[in-house]
Design a protein around this ligand. Structure first.
Ligand code: GAP
Length: 431
């Protein structure tokens, strides 16, 4: 178990998972770039979520734009409500978000603080060449609103009947006052949200249903049950739109923190958009012979936060013969590289056989062929990036057509015929 994030941050940079944004200019706070392995890992996580959400009859996908009509954010409540109390220290000028526990400056300890003032977290920009109030637009602070404003488009074009859901993966932007803890709280981040539209009488039932489904998903992608807990929001914690809400919290090295929210939003959003747009958003339910505004159950998870929780749970340090072995015990489905093919030397016959084997495995899995450095160093690198299997090709392979498969988690080695390799990997990588 990681005690703090620094070994993970360092591994991510060293091995091409995640780099600080604009690093050669000194970086930009709370912005991160995903390197070659990170972007593949992120893609795998998104695919897993997308498959879970949309490979079913009652949920369809959407990709709405980041810039939306400014009235959307008036209707949603974000212009008036989406703010944090900001305080300045008069002594050291440190600026921070006021929380109940904090009565003195977290930087210098001074009590000489300004009165809190509300700071809206939405990023503003301008559409078109004239920077005036009329052209002001926002970078969306959540993907959910793109779904609500498309409720009727999706429902009618896809002939969906209530209950049904709309899922979306995309970037969201928040001008957070307090940032940090690596990719835990960023100013630009990914969200994976699903809005499930139901008859008002069915909302509580579906709230419980989605709580169950989401827990199953989090366990299925590899988070340990002991690192997950449910926190139910009290009355004073509820967001302005929520009737009821629970968070799945994950035990990060810095403590229990929110990972995913399940929100019972009632008809707040559709009602507001109906009011502000002047367009009817109600639904005629032919089975019930009733017209109504559907209620919404939302599931909302931060993509980068899920990635951080997966990396934290996968990180291991083990003592092997007086040396420390670091590995990422990632779920096989999510690992950016699933099989590494390692010819023992750079000799052309070994390289040729390695290329033949990796070419064939690549049709099914994400494969990397690595020829440089000692075999020990290559194993160490593959362990650190979380590759479940290494296939080593040696001089005997040229004679007996056999290779050695090394397992990431146990370091067990099996010698087997190249003809049996694919079946051997299918049996293990498909579990
Ligand atoms: N549509 C509902 C909504 O946006 P939220 O609780 O504000 O609800 C949902 O955000 C999820 O988005 C959070 O549970 C968290 O995983 C992620 N998230 C929120 N702010 C974030 C930030 N600044 N950086 C990274 N992830 C963030």
């Amino acid at each position: 178990m990681l005690k703090d994030l620094s070994p993970l941050v360092s591994l991510c940079k060293r091995r091409g998972y995640i780099f600080p944004s604009s690093e050669i200019y000194g970086g930009l706070a709370a912005c991160w770039d995903y390197g070659p392995l990170g972007v593949q890992f992120k893609m795998n996580v998104k695919q897993c979520w997308w498959k879970e959400m949309t490979h079913r009859q009652d949920i369809v996908g959407l990709d709405s734009s980041i810039l939306m009509h400014p009235k959307v954010w008036k209707a949603s409540g974000h212009v008036d409500e989406f703010s944090d109390p900001l305080v300045d220290c008069r002594d050291c000028r440190f600026r921070f978000r006021l929380e109940e526990k904090i009565k003195t400056c977290p930087h210098c300890g001074s009590k000489n603080l300004t009165e809190p003032r509300e700071f809206n977290l939405m990023f503003k920009t301008h559409a078109g060449p004239v920077e005036e109030e009329a052209s002001q637009v926002y970078l969306r602070p959540e993907t959910a609103q793109g779904i609500y404003v498309n409720f009727l488009n999706v429902q009618s074009s896809m002939r969906k009947k209530i209950p049904f859901g709309i899922a979306q993966i995309g970037k969201a932007f928040r001008n957070e006052i307090t940032v940090g803890n690596f990719i835990f709280r960023c100013r630009e981040f990914g969200q994976m949200e699903m809005q499930y539209f139901v008859h008002p009488e069915k909302a509580s039932e579906f709230f419980e249903y989605w709580k169950e489904q989401r827990k199953k998903f989090l366990l299925d992608v590899g988070l340990p049950e002991k690192s997950l807990r449910v926190h139910e929001h009290g009355k004073n914690e509820l967001a302005h739109y929520a009737h009821k809400a629970v968070d799945f919290e994950f035990l990060f090295p810095m403590g229990w923190k929110e990972l995913e929210g399940i929100h019972h939003r009632g008809d707040f959003d559709l009602k507001q958009h109906q009011k502000w747009s002047g367009k009817k958003l109600s639904y005629f339910d032919a089975d019930r012979g009733e017209t109504y505004l559907p209620y919404v159950i939302e599931t909302s998870i931060g993509l980068d936060r899920l990635i951080l929780s997966l990396l934290c749970s996968a990180y291991r340090e083990e003592k092997v013969k007086e040396e420390t072995r670091v590995l990422l015990a990632l779920n096989f489905r999510l690992a950016p590289i699933q099989v590494a093919v390692l010819p023992l030397s750079k000799k052309s016959q070994l390289k040729e056989l390695a290329e033949k084997i990796s070419g064939s495995l690549m049709k099914k899995w994400r494969v990397e062929q690595d020829e440089s450095g000692s075999i020990g160093k290559r194993y160490r690198r593959q362990d650190e990036i979380g590759t479940p299997f290494c296939v080593t090709i040696d001089f005997d392979s040229l004679e007996d057509n056999k290779v050695t498969v090394r397992h990431r988690d146990t370091m067990r080695q099996d010698r087997l015929s190249v003809n049996h390799l694919e079946k051997y990997l299918i049996d293990r990588l498909s579990t």
